[in-house]
Design a protein around this ligand. Sequence first.
Ligand code: AMP
Ligand code: ZN
Length: 116
Amino acid sequence: MSDSCIFCKIVAGAIPSKKIYEDDLVLAFLDIHPQAPVHALVIPKRHIVCMDDLEEADRELVGHLLERTAHVARLLNVAQNGYRTLINTRAHGGQEVDHLHVHILGGARIGPMVCR
Ligand code: AMP
Ligand code: ZN
C-alpha cells in the first residue's frame, strides 16, 4: 500500500467507490469521470505503479487481473456487444493515477485510437 495513492485508498475503503467486483487480489469499480456510457477500472489490490513495474513473479496476478476484467465486463453487460480495454503507462501513455489499472470502456462504439 502506498499512503499517497488514491487507488490504494479505495482498496482500503478510505475513499468511497462504486464497487463492481472484489476478490483477494483485484478490485473493480466505476470510473469517476466516465469516458463512455460504461467505464470501469480493474486494479490489483497490491500497489503496482505501472506496466513497466511488472515482473515474472507477477504473471499469475496479471493473468488473474485480465481474466477477472473479462468477468467484470460480463457483469456490466458490455461483453456481448463488445468493449475496449486500455492500460495507460506513464506520461506518454496518458497515465494519471500511478497504480496499475485496466480500463473497461463500453456501452457504445468506442472511437478510433488517436495520437494527438
Ligand atoms: P489513467 O489516465 O489511465 O491513469 O486513468 C485514471 C482514471 O482514474 C481516470 O479515468 C479517472 O477518471 C479515474 N479516477 C481518478 N480518481 C478516481 C476515483 N476516486 N474513483 C474512480 N475513478 C477515479
Ligand atoms: Zn496504489
